[in-house]
Design a protein around this ligand. Structure first.
Ligand SMILES: Cc1cc2nc3c(=O)[nH]c(=O)nc-3n(C[C@H](O)[C@H](O)[C@H](O)COP(=O)(O)OP(=O)(O)OC[C@H]3O[C@@H](n4cnc5c(N)ncnc54)[C@H](O)[C@@H]3O)c2cc1C
Length: 369
């Protein structure tokens, strides 16, 4: 029973809103692991994986980044093997990851970093001379080789779309979810806008996986800039992160020879707490997007002098959304909210890619009848 838009209007076991990594993974989970027969995924854009899931820095967090949040680090240690097993072939191969500890303004020193890695079971070893030689020794106390991978984002997007197709989830592109409300018999009604006009669908469960558009209280948004740079050849196969404070990361991009540069101070352009009056995507579209690459590279090259030779090619601007509670510890717990007003309706938000498994573990405990 297809409508003018082509969306099947028969009753759905579940409708998932948002075709990023979270929506796609949760839709496939419902179909494959929860035995739901009819699962639909609605995505506003004409393609899957066009927002944060394809416009991020691609770090597959393995715990090293979170010395201030033991739980987040430990969860990443548990989640990463699962992510890599389920998404083979999505990493940039031949990349070596380096974490360097700043001498001043860092909340952790080299000895504490090594102890932290040991506590979370994360392999770490001193960097070889040729890597140490890249840093200004007056500013970097020590550098370490770690086991953390960087994603090839186009390969990741293809793998996610492929898995979704194999799972048998019905995908509707160009379909915007407008509102949900309680319907008869314990169902949820969901109003959508498709190219042919508004329509009403019904489902037993609705999962909102719209990241910056989740509109959950207690979230914080920022317009973030990642500078895409042609880095000097000395950095070619290296992913470098300087911690733990107002520093930077320079990670290989999927295009050979390019990197993305982010800086704790200069990547966030504009930040605001969730406000129902402000639509994050509209704010991003209207934002002037003047690059702060100059500021990023000026500061970062004090620690990694060869960065001065890099060329700025373009910048990626995207809305980044986290929970306000984690401003201090930089942790990345998930948000999984069951709606009180519309039973059967959930809002889901994960601050980084591997957190999706924390969501699935929580959903395992939900009856979802
Ligand atoms: C600049 C930046 C750098 C980051 N770096 C990293 C990193 O290095 N490592 C890491 O693990 N994580 C990183 N993250 C976080 C990571 O990208 C996100 O946690 C993850 O992509 C969230 O996935 P998602 O599917 O929830 O969101 P998205 O990928 O944003 O998907 C949400 C989808 O919902 C759709 N949508 C919204 N509203 C509607 C509607 N009403 N109807 C239908 N569809 C709708 C959108 O079009 C979008 O496709 C970064 C994020 C940013 C922004």
């Amino acid at each position: 029973m297809a409508s003018a838009s082509g969306v099947d209007q028969a009753y759905w076991d579940a409708i998932v809103v948002g075709g990023g990594f979270y929506g796609a993974t949760i839709a496939a989970y419902l179909k494959e692991r929860r035995g739901f027969h009819r699962v639909a995924l609605l995505e506003r854009e004409p393609a899957l994986m066009t927002a944060a899931s394809s416009r991020n820095q691609g770090r597959i967090h393995a715990g090293y980044h979170y010395p201030r949040s033991w739980t987040t680090a430990a969860r990443s240690r548990a989640n990463v093997p699962r992510f890599l097993r389920e998404h083979p072939g999505v990493t940039n191969t031949g990349v070596e990851s380096v974490y360097a500890i700043a001498r001043s303004q860092s909340r952790i020193n080299a000895r504490q970093f090594v102890r932290f890695c040991q506590e979370i079971g994360a392999p770490v070893r001193e960097a070889p001379d040729e890597v140490n030689a890249l840093f200004d020794v007056g500013r970097i106390e020590a550098a370490f080789m770690v086991e953390e991978r960087v994603m090839n984002l186009p390969a990741f997007a293809l793998a996610v779309a492929d898995r979704l197709q194999r799972s048998g989830v019905a995908v509707y592109l160009g379909c915007t979810a407008l509102s949900t409300r309680r319907s008869g018999g314990g169902a949820v009604s969901i109003a959508i806008a498709a190219s042919s006009g508004p329509e009403l669908l019904t489902a037993r469960h609705v999962f909102h996986c719209t990241y910056s558009e989740t509109r959950a209280a207690g979230t914080r948004h920022e317009i973030a800039e990642l500078a895409v740079i042609a880095a000097p050849s000395a950095l070619r196969r290296l992913a470098i992160t300087v911690i733990d404070g107002p520093f930077f990361s320079v990670l290989p991009h999927h295009v050979e020879g390019l990197h993305t540069l982010s800086h704790v101070r200069h990547t966030p352009h504009l930040t605001w707490n969730e406000d129902p009056e402000i639509r994050p995507r509209e704010r991003l579209e209207r934002y002037a997007k003047e690059s702060r690459f100059d500021r990023m590279v000026r500061d970062a090259s004090k620690y990694l002098p060869c960065l001065r030779e890099s060329t700025h090619l373009e910048s990626i601007f995207e809305v980044k959304t986290v929970l306000q509670q984690n401003e201090v510890d930089d942790g990345r717990p998930i948000l999984l909210e069951r709606s009180m007003d519309v039973p059967g309706c959930y809002s889901i938000l994960g601050g980084k890619i591997d957190n999706v498994y924390d969501v699935l573990d929580r959903l395992d405990a939900e009856p979802l009848t």
